[in-house]
Design a protein around this ligand. Structure first.
Ligand SMILES: [Zn+2]
Length: 407
């Protein structure tokens, strides 16, 4: 059964808010079908349910995701592979297309806000939310030193173990004597992001992608959980745009690796393919440079977040409401401007611990359509002109695949 891809106009529609938790109300988005549900649901599927503050009932999540029981499960996270990005290009990828043809696999999950790797990895790894992990975006304020920290490398940041205090699902499985194996690049073994969000697994590293597939298949012979991360789709998407032949080539590369994985796994293995977020093609004509607009700079001390989900930290003594009004007047329909209180009240960051509150900007600006908000004072020129971006609330950025393959 094929899948109808909506018009781009519809895919660029903003969707708010995205709910956390095991329950979901009529017309709400997220709940049990959310990135935060994936590892708790899989833990239930392999017979060792791990509950989290946002998800007390892993069995319900397993049901919501329609995961069969299995002794051994492989979870693959393909960075940047939005559900609709994939569906648009399914003609190029025979293995992924065969999965997408299953009605069960035609129901996307929702990622967190901001729809970006740092926040999403925290949410995925712990089964919780950015308000608990303290991982709220590509960059954020470090209240301990007053600096903007870059959270991929944790530059200027609080130590990963001190910042991210939620136990990871990997840790909780390992504590039950369940085998947990990660297969990835050598340089991510002890990276700050791995230590913060994905600690607790036995990490097998290999330089070559095919070797990582073989390592994954070998690990999966034993009961337990195996995690595999695939990176290139996001990288190429950022630097070339997701609507390009180069992105299709990266997607084809991922497809052939995943097909190889499928062929190499023992019968009965459960494979679940997900992503951290999707991607939008930036429109260079909709690029706004905060540095060049006095009305946007006024009263703003620091700028964090990312081009599709900017966080503004107000100068001491400046009313964030006044900044919000100036931004709304300038941006109109181009973006949604929210105060921190409004964003937290709407549940955007899930439950928010007191220690995390100061890390979140006084204002959150979510870009609409294909626009970007950059700051040439703090970003290098190339970073302000990336052809592919994500972070905001559009369907294209926030819907992620949940492809089940019982080998
Ligand atoms: Zn990315």
């Amino acid at each position: 059964m094929g899948l109808d891809v909506p018009e781009m106009k519809e895919l660029l529609h903003p969707t708010l808010p995205l709910h956390y938790g095991d329950q979901i109300g009529e017309g709400e988005v997220g709940g049990p079908r959310h990135l935060s549900s994936v590892l708790p649901a899989v833990s239930a599927a392999i017979g060792h349910p791990v509950s989290t503050p946002m998800h007390p009932s892993p069995r319900k999540l397993q049901e919501a995701l329609s995961l069969p029981d299995a002794r051994s499960a492989v979870v693959v996270l393909v960075d940047g592979l939005g559900f609709w990005n994939l569906a648009t290009r399914a003609g190029h990828v025979p293995y992924l297309r065969s999965l997408l043809n299953e009605p069960l696999n035609q129901r996307p999950l929702t990622t967190c806000l901001p729809s970006t790797t740092v926040a999403a990895m925290g949410v995925f790894g712990t089964g919780t939310c950015p308000g608990l992990t303290g991982m709220t975006g590509y960059t954020q304020l470090n209240p301990e030193n007053g600096l903007i920290s870059q959270m991929i490398q944790f530059r200027n940041a609080i130590d990963p173990l001190d910042l991210q205090r939620q136990p990871t699902v990997f840790e909780q499985l390992a504590a039950q004597d369940v085998r947990v194996t990660s297969c990835g690049l050598p340089r991510f073994r002890d990276s700050a992001l791995t230590r913060a969000a994905l600690r607790g697994s036995d990490y097998r590293s290999a330089d070559h992608s095919r070797q990582r597939i073989m390592d994954t298949a070998r690990a999966a012979r034993e009961p337990g959980l195996t995690y595999l991360y695939i990176r290139d789709v996001d990288k190429v998407g950022h630097h070339r745009g997701w609507d390009t032949p180069e992105w299709i080539a990266a997607l084809e590369g991922a497809d052939s690796l995943l097909a190889l994985l499928h062929r190499s796994l023992p019968k009965g293995t459960l494979v679940l393919i997900v992503a951290d977020h999707g991607m939008v093609a930036a429109d260079p004509h909709q690029r706004i440079d905060i540095a060049r607009e006095p009305v946007l700079k006024d009263g703003v001390d620091l700028v964090g977040g990312e081009p599709r989900a900017v966080m503004l930290y107000a100068r001491k003594g400046t009313d964030p409401g006044a900044i919000a009004e100036r931004w709304r007047n300038r941006l109109g329909d181009l973006a949604q401007v929210m105060t921190k209180e409004k964003a937290i009240g709407a549940g955007l960051f899930g439950q928010v611990e007191d220690r995390v509150r100061p890390m979140i900007g006084d204002l959150l600006v979510l870009a609409h359509d294909r626009m970007t908000l950059v700051d040439s004072r703090i970003q290098i020129d190339a970073a302000t002109r990336l052809p592919g971006v994500h972070g905001s609330s559009t369907i294209l950025e926030t819907r992620i695949p949940c492809l089940i393959d019982l080998v």
